[in-house]
Design a protein around this ligand. Structure first.
Ligand code: SAM
Length: 291
């Protein structure tokens, strides 16, 4: 661990600072220190961020950097960083760049050799995942799905076989439609979690099948308000090892009587597995046998 006193803001550095997603108590002491001592804070919405900064008695000047001006402004900010200024980047909530502005600035700063220093903290996706009870070893974050129905369904159709936990951000206006599409395309029985208003007064984390969640949200207008993360369990995969153990046993028997190619061909016909995979496995078995 590093002593926080060794971490006083460095000139010519860009700090990417995570801010709360609801509960102000989640702003880290390090974030407060950095936001107080940098020369300027680049904020997505200066009016919104001023309230946060006032709460912590932070008086650092703000500059607005949002999706409409970021490309134009980033080169100027990088020039100032190169000249030795220190700058912190924040968004309205959570971690900048995660479905939020900042990508152009960070990319340009790194290309210019500016030191970019992350100050980690809340992000709705990790917050939701950590309490969801769904598999966390492999997950895919898709951010916001397309707003238009046809494009949204096309994206979901690409994702429904993925074995990783799927994490989505969804607007409260589209949550009913989105859950209905998910239930239809992924199957109503697939396990899912709706995480709403995390870290806030009406925090709700509910797990159920997609069909149950879709019905529950459609029937209760309160569940159609606020900020929402949706998580869907990955598509169950066939138990590969069991299949290959059985296939291997079959191959071993066939190899007692037949050449490799024929044994693989017959095993493929019997098991429905890929002929090339079985041929490769049969070759390995034969090599092991022949020493
Ligand atoms: N940068 C943010 C982060 O790190 O999570 C995300 C910003 S994105 C514009 C806003 C979306 O994040 C919301 O529409 C919602 O899907 C999700 N979100 C943000 N705060 C949330 C909260 N307190 N509870 C649930 N979802 C939240």
């Amino acid at each position: 661990m590093t002593d926080s006193r060794q971490d006083s803001p460095q000139p010519g550095s860009l700090y990417v600072v995570a801010t709360p997603i609801g509960n102000l108590g989640d702003l880290s002491p390090r974030a407060v220190e950095v936001l107080r001592s940098v020369e300027r804070i680049a904020a997505e919405d200066t009016r919104h961020s001023r309230k946060l900064l006032q709460h912590f008695a932070i008086q650092t000047p703000l500059v607005a950097v949002h999706e409409h001006n970021e490309r134009e402004l980033a080169p100027r900010l990088v020039e100032q960083l190169r000249a030795g200024a220190s700058l912190a980047l924040i968004s309205d909530a959570g971690t900048p760049l995660i479905s939020d502005p900042g990508f152009n600035l960070v990319r340009l700063a790194r290309e210019a050799g500016v030191r970019v220093i992350p100050v980690p903290g809340p992000s709705a996706l990790v917050c939701a995942l950590s309490a969801s009870g769904l598999a966390t070893d492999r997950f895919v974050f898709e951010g916001f799905l397309p707003a238009k129905r046809v494009a949204r369904r096309a994206r979901l159709a690409e994702l429904h076989h993925d074995s990783r936990t799927l994490i989505l951000y969804e607007s409260s206006h589209r949550i009913v439609e989105c859950l209905q599409d998910l239930a239809e395309l992924f199957g109503g029985g697939r396990h899912a979690v709706l995480a709403r208003e995390l870290t806030k007064q009406f925090e709700t984390i509910r797990d159920a099948s997609l069909e149950e969640l879709a019905d529950w949200v459609a029937a209760d207008r309160n569940q159609q308000k606020g900020e929402i993360v949706l998580l869907v369990a990955g598509c169950p995969q066939p138990e590969k090892d069991q299949v290959s153990a059985e296939a291997e046993q079959l191959l071993a028997i066939l190899l007692d009587e037949l050449p490799v190619k024929l044994a693989a061909k017959l095993a493929a016909r019997i098991t429905g597995l890929n002929k090339r995979d079985l041929y490769n496995r049969a070759l390995q078995l034969k090599t092991l046998r022949d020493g």
